[in-house]
Design a protein around this ligand. Sequence first.
Ligand code: FES
Length: 109
Amino acid sequence: MNWIAIGDISEIPLRGARCVKTPQGKIAVFRTAENEVFAIEDHCPHKGGPLSQGIVHAKAVTCPLHNWVISLETGKALGADEGAVRTIPVRNQDGALFIALESLMMAAE
Ligand code: FES
């Protein structure tokens, strides 16, 4: 697994996100109210909305464009909507965050 450093957890607001650009596309990295960190593609499965600009609640994010709710754990749309984004493994080492870029390449194959 190829872990890429993406900065410190303190750079992400609580219940917020930041967008990380990678060779495999934009990744939205979220921090929940419980200080958990999740990473998913920054591309809503509905019409490509920027999920990193959505509202974080529990372990989900509401897309800023048309309010689909996406699970941060599974990347799947919740409720009546259908679709999914890729989830990316995140490692939190005393606040230093890493994402597994290699798994992105595998997922793209
Ligand atoms: S693009 Fe996300 S809900 Fe439509």
